[in-house]
Design a protein around this ligand. Structure first.
Ligand code: NAD
Ligand code: UD1
Length: 345
């Protein structure tokens, strides 16, 4: 299949691109490089032996999308492009409604007019907000607690409405839990700009000496060790979930929503200890008050994805930390690293 990967130069999209090439598909990356580097294409080429086409463009640019869709017939799109920082979304909500909601609207119009009727969308467990009970299944109430989460829910609903009006659309909404880790080669991974907001990239930067210590946001939650509990999922398991969704859902009209998680929760302290094992060194931390907006605990019920997509996360927390550490230590400055760091598979 010819697959359009919006945001395909980013953390998750670049790894999905590797997996799609390995699976014999033909991905084309469409990305404005606002949060990524063109260097990922070299790394994908080195790992797979195939250089995917990278089209530099914005999902809000209808003319650019039309030009691409006219010259390349696509069977499906995986829509990763968007902004994802919760704090930034609170400070600049209109940016999030513009890039995420308006951008998705322009993309969908362009796909629709070009006759592309199959999409897999990157949603987030953040649409659930603070859960009443865990684990969370797909029927749990959606009440996102921040602007970023609300934009994800608006896009989900836009896709649902589209599929009602145009019943030949095949829409798969994937709600990611907490993706972490990197490609096992250490060649592709998460490259946050500025101080990381998320736990594992922050720990990795402490471990490599870029930051003095981890700040643990709260140790007084109603959890076994008092620190927050999340469902961390290896990013390679996550991208395999996209391949499974494409295989099972392509050509199947209607909307389906799936949680992509492991079904297990780990606390901040468990993640820190697993990372210390992976890196073979102790990692300094200090305990600080809770981060505003954080919830105590949540994890997925991933049974529906197992049943419908025949997909399950198989990698452990130790695998996640081992691969995150390999990426961090081989690329201490992310993609700013010299090209001679690139190795072939
Ligand atoms: P990322 O920032 O690494 O990748 C997003 C990519 O989209 C980047 O390459 C960026 O340059 C590109 N992009 C942004 N706006 C664009 C636009 N207007 N036009 C074209 N390209 C644009 O993020 P990621 O972690 O790979 O996340 C991918 C998707 O998954 C996002 O939609 C994100 O909201 C969602 N998601 C991520 C997580 C996570 O923890 N990483 C969790 C849940 C959901
Ligand atoms: C955050 C976002 C969520 C988004 C997800 C992407 C918030 C409120 N939620 O989720 O919308 O989909 O990232 O993966 O920002 N922690 C520390 N110290 C740190 C960083 C984090 O103790 O420096 C703790 C947090 O309090 C939390 C856990 O680690 O208990 C995980 O945090 P994080 O990686 O930011 O993910 P979420 O908060 O679950």
């Amino acid at each position: 299949m010819n697959i359009l990967l919006t945001g395909g130069a980013g953390y998750i999209g670049s790894l999905a691109c590797v997996r799609l090439i390995e699976a014999g598909e033909r991905p084309v990356i469409y990305d404005n490089l606002s949060n990524s580097s063109a260097a990922v294409v070299d790394r994908i080429a080195a790992l797979t032996g195939v250089r995917p086409e990278l089209v530099e463009g914005d999902i809000r640019d209808r003319a650019r999308l039309d030009e691409l869709l006219k010259r390349s017939p696509f069977d499906a799109a995986i829509h990763f492009a968007g902004s994802k920082a919760v704090g930034e979304s609170t400070r600049d909500p209109l940016l999030y409604y513009d890039n995420n909601v308006h951008g998705s609207r322009v993309l969908l119009s362009a796909l629709h007019d070009a006759g592309v009727r199959s999409i897999v969308f990157s949603s987030s467990a953040t649409v659930y907000g603070d859960p009443d009970t865990v684990p969370l299944d797909e029927q749990a109430p959606t009440r996102p607690a921040n602007t970023y989460g609300r934009t994800k829910l608006v896009i989900e609903n836009m896709l649902r409405d589209l599929a009602v009006a145009a019943p030949d659309w095949s829409v798969t909404l994937l709600r990611y839990f907490n993706p972490v880790g990197a490609h096992p080669s250490g060649q592709l991974g998460e490259d946050p700009q500025g101080p990381p907001n998320n736990l594992v990239p922050y720990i990795a930067q402490v471990a490599v000496g870029r930051r003095p210590h981890l700040t643990v946001f709260g140790d007084d939650y109603a959890t076994p060790d008092g620190t927050g509990v999340r469902d961390y999922i290896h990013v390679m398991d996550l991208v395999d979930g996209h391949i499974a969704a494409l295989r099972r859902r392509h050509g199947q009209p209607g909307v389906r929503t799936y949680n992509l998680g492991t079904g297990r929760g780990h606390s901040v302290m468990e993640v820190l200890q697993a990372f210390e094992r992976a890196a073979g060194r102790s990692i300094a931390h200090v305990v600080a008050p809770r981060r505003p907006g954080d919830v105590a605990r949540y994890w997925a019920d991933p049974a529906l994805a197992a049943r419908d997509l025949d997909w399950r996360a198989v990698r452990s927390l130790d695998d996640m930390c081992r691969d995150a550490w390999r990426w961090q230590k081989d690329n201490p400055d992310g993609y700013a690293a010299a090209p001679d760091r690139i190795r072939t598979a």
